[in-house]
Design a protein around this ligand. Structure first.
Ligand code: ATP
Ligand code: MG
Length: 562
């Protein structure tokens, strides 16, 4: 492609609405433009990347016998009412004002509706149906560019199976296909098990990319590849260093002392001698949760430890249950059920609230004074903790979710009557799986992982063009004719080439654009080198440069791109 013919509005300045690197660079490199918050136009260079990523996804989905559908985004609201998801999505769902339609945020309903009408028998199963299409979600305050759009492209697929074993197989096929897709895109990714939450069903996994721009937090072990969302991650816990003698319980007047930091300052003790109290309602009965020092309660872990319904107690409930306000609550002489984080196992000489405003109690021995207390892992894993698998130090990193695979079960097939007859003629609900990938997110993550202060550094696997051919001064006849000839040769050899053939911009401008746009190889045709029958080849990622005889350019480039 000749740049003189390409609509490529590159920018020197950082766009005002962009905060994260991939967003800034996609706008600056002329890949996207913002139409409105969370709504983006893909310009030719950006759309080229979308098509490349989509082609890889199609290839790998077809390889597991996925069949591509084209499904409507405009859906009758009634369909979504049957699964209760108009309410479940709430404000996130776009609704058409003057008609009973919604804009589909995902497609379980439409797929289940097609299955309900057309899948009759176990002989029609299994199926893997996928689409690469636009989804609509009214995300609140989208600030991450195409990573969180209100209108975005998703590859989603749905497996339809007759048996749980069939679902396991479809799920494993997807997991493997996803690994191939992300590897073929040149992405460094990791996998975490996740709770399937509101989607229902059992078993799910997320594919993540480490990035400061991420909205998820994960603990990862570089040694054994253990990785988990901090909501569920666990690590080795050091035994509590119990003092030899346990002191007597004693009331301490602590006027206006509420927080752990205030208490530790006031009593001149380390925060780890304090047990923080949090009151929750478990199935509407109060429960006291004790944490070490300033540790926060990991509510996902609390929920899975307790089961049932869990919520923080309201301030007025606190007073009624404990006789004190938050900041003065503790485990001694309480009527509440008491549980504690594992870090507090065998703790003694601890300080906590006295269930009386402006008082705390010292000398608490968990073994002696709260024998009924049960211990669970309720804390968030911290960076540097030992991996529970191999003991190496865990890192806690921000990450972007690229893809998510779920074993859905029969939630949607039941709601929409998607059934099949088994071999003995008995009717069952189809067992579904659901598998999503954010297509634009892949492009943004590639940039998050591959850039420097000058611009993008596309990995060779998926660069929009492999070569950026640059004629330094196109007004010079020798430069122009040599560059034209090389461009012709590259095209003949199917080397995807972006050719900066502009003669109305300066050399500096061209070099800056080449670094900003980030094609892996730059082939630079300049007068001085031409005088010695040479051109320069620069590796954008490493900055390495080499001078090559004109006659060797094609062969050198060919060897560098394979
Ligand atoms: P998130 O937690 O980031 O909102 P999600 O759990 O809502 O993601 P899914 O409903 O599982 O995501 O959608 C499948 C995939 O679609 C995600 O893994 C992500 O890559 C992509 N995706 C989801 N929401 C958006 C969005 N607003 N913009 C761009 N891609 C998105
Ligand atoms: Mg979401």
């Amino acid at each position: 492609m000749r740049i003189s013919k390409l609509f490529l509005p590159t920018l020197k300045e950082v766009p005002t609405d962009a905060v994260i690197t991939s967003h800034i660079l996609m706008v600056r490199a002329g890949m996207i433009r913002t139409l409105s918050a969370g709504i983006y136009s893909f310009l030719p260079l950006g759309y080229k990347m979308i098509k490349k990523v989509s082609a890889i996804i199609q290839r790998e989905m077809d390889a597991i016998d996925g069949q591509e559908f084209h499904l409507p985004a405009l859906n009758p609201k009634e369909l979504w009412e049957q699964t209760g998801r108009v309410e479940a999505f709430g404000e996130t769902m776009f609704q058409i004002k003057n008609r009973d339609y919604v804009l589909a945020p995902t497609h379980e309903e439409v797929i289940a509706e097609i299955a309900a009408n057309h899948i009759k028998s176990y002989r029609d199963l299994p199926q893997i149906w996928y689409q690469i299409q636009t989804k609509f979600r009214n995300e609140t305050r989208p600030r991450s560019g195409v990573i969180r759009g209100r209108e975005f492209l998703m590859k989603d697929s749905y497996s339809l199976d007759a048996t749980p074993e069939g679902l396991d197989k479809s799920y494993d096929l997807h997991a493997e296909a996803y690994r191939k897709i992300f590897s073929a895109c040149g992405l460094k990714f990791f996998e975490v098990g996740a709770s399937s939450g509101a989607m229902g069903g059992s078993g799910s996994q997320e594919f993540m990319v480490e990035s400061d721009a991420g909205e998820d937090t994960c603990a990862i072990c570089d040694n054994c590849n253990y990785a988990a969302n901090v909501e569920v991650a666990s690590a080795k816990v050091a035994d509590f260093k119990r003092n030899e003698t346990s002191e007597e319980l004693k009331d301490i007047h602590t006027p206006n002392i509420r927080t752990i930091d205030e208490l530790s300052d006031f009593l001149k003790i380390p925060t780890v001698r304090c047990a923080k109290s949090r009151v929750y309602m478990h199935n509407e009965k109060p429960i006291l949760v004790l944490m070490l020092g300033n540790d926060e309660v990991n509510e996902s872990k609390l929920l899975s430890a307790l089961g049932g319904k869990v919520r923080p107690a309201h301030p007025d409930e606190l007073k009624e249950i404990t006789g004190a306000d938050a900041g003065s609550i503790g485990p001694i002489e309480t009527r509440m059920r008491v549980i504690a984080d594992v870090k507090l196992l065998n703790a003694n000489n601890m300080f906590s609230g006295a269930n009386k405003n402006d008082y705390h109690i010292g000398g608490i021995d968990f073994v002696r004074d709260i024998p009924q207390c049960k211990f669970f892992d309720l804390h968030f894993v911290e960076a540097g903790s030992g991996c529970s698998n191999c003991g190496s130090k865990l890192r806690v990193v921000k990450a972007i979710e690229l893809g998510h695979i779920f074993k859905l079960g029969t939630k949607y097939s039941e709601a929409l009557g998607a059934k099949f007859l088994d071999e003995s003629g008995k009717e069952h609900s189809i067992i579904m799986g659901s598998y999503g990938i954010g297509v634009e997110r892949i492009v943004a993550c590639l940039i998050e992982q591959n850039h420097d202060s000058k611009g993008i550094k596309w990995p060779m696997e998926i660069a929009p063009f492999k070569v950026h051919l640059l004629g330094v001064n196109m007004k010079n006849d020798n430069v122009r004719s040599t560059a034209d000839k090389i461009y012709y040769e590259f095209n003949e050899s199917d080397i995807e080439t972006l050719y900066d053939d502009r003669n109305d911009v300066s050399a500096g401008f061209k070099f800056n654009d080449a670094d900003l746009l980030g094609m892996p190889l730059q082939v630079i045709i300049g007068e001085k080198n031409l005088a010695h029958n040479r051109v320069e080849i620069k590796n954008r990622a490493t900055g390495e440069k080499q001078l090559v005889e004109i006659g060797q350019v094609l062969r050198t480039v060919q060897s560098l791109i394979t």
